[in-house]
Ligand binder design. Sequence first.
Ligand code: GTP
Ligand code: MG
Length: 436
Amino acid sequence: MGDTATHRGGFGTHGGESGAFIERAFRERIVLVGVTLDAADSSRTHADLDELAQLIDTAGADEVGRLVQRRRAPDPATYIGKGKVGAVLEVCEQVDADTVVFDDELSPAQQFNLEKMLGRTAIDRTVVILDIFAQNASSQEGQAQVELAQLRYRLPRLRRGGGFSQQAGGIGTRGPGETQLEVDRRRIQRRIHKLEAQLRAIAKNRSVQSRSRRRSAQPTAAIVGYTNAGKSRLLNRLTDSGVLVQNRLFATLDTATRRLELPGGERVLLTDTVGFIQKLPHQLVEAFRSTLDVVAEADLLLHVVDAAGPDADAHIAAVRKVLREIGAGAVPEMLVFNKCDLLDGAGLPLSADKGAVSVSAVTGEGFDKLLAAMADELRAHAETVELLVPYARGEVLAAVRRAGHVLATQNDEAGYRVQARLDAASASRLSEWVVG
Ligand SMILES: Nc1nc2c(ncn2[C@@H]2O[C@H](COP(=O)(O)OP(=O)(O)OP(=O)(O)O)[C@@H](O)[C@H]2O)c(=O)[nH]1
Ligand SMILES: [Mg+2]
């Protein structure tokens, strides 16, 4: 068996109270383990493990070995087969690994069994992603969202006397007949409720703001896409802003909204959002749901793809899966292949369909096309409506002008009769004045 005494992994307290799961006093040595399901292609598993290695590097640790097993289904008790656990242990001892990271979320039982058999911390992709989010969260809302996701992950994994439940403040805080485990559970639950209330208050505040923004009747577009695709850099270049850009996964956790003027003079509000990834932990999707409302409510999605990176098709599919999860599956989407300055004529990936545009957020190449396509898209989703606006309500007429294109105005007995092209949201906002 592994020598637990010399294992230096920082996961023993599993985040403790600080929220960080990964030791940062030194770079942990990590062995990666993945499973290829029966019918699947093993090159897929290796691509996933390459990505996991990148996640681990971002979190501040190093890959020192990897193992892959082909199976019909993950073993319910140990994820990989029991024999394979022995092989993993051997590798761990050879390379002096601190921690083993599995590419899929482990159940509490799997995690427990694996740690016992391996004599070192066993964690999963979810923990690594949660850890990076925790490192990168800077706003109050972002920090609350990440902590909430972490606690929801930890709650079912607390255990008596085990590594995970070793927390400060045991004796004295316990009620009559309560075990330490119950005390811990209760404390985490209380914290979860507090965070939920805090996030609800922030979301409510934001929805008041966004309602007033919507009253100003500007169409909205959200920039979505895989992490590190260049979303923030694109927003910056398009709108001349200074959102943080980093060659690092999950640099952006907070949304940022900027105004953008299209060639026809229409204004659109453009929002940068958190990046997605394959196997994005559902705890994070849940915790970020209120922030991601801007995506579901947008008139148009700019789905940014790193055209120069590996696996564009898999990334597009992963992003669309998350979009469906957050209720944005039906929002019109435009594919924007970014980083085309790195392509040197290699051409676009297979999925580049007719509506796609290719750009470079570094050189500004392709921006004319992008802006024209955005204007077209927004107009395509508009409908022609007729409105009757009383003469006394000049401000409504002004709102119609801001919201869309006024095609014709006549002076009727009852007021202005206006033909206008409006998107669905504006039409429903102005429905009081719509006739016919
Ligand atoms: N060569 C090149 N690099 C780019 C381009 N756009 C972005 N980058 C680089 O790609 C990296 C990621 O850019 P970001 O804008 O932070 O990416 P993001 O999609 O916002 O990433 P997250 O917020 O982490 O999800 C940075 O190093 C950028 O400088 C581009 O068009 N060409
Ligand atoms: Mg970003």
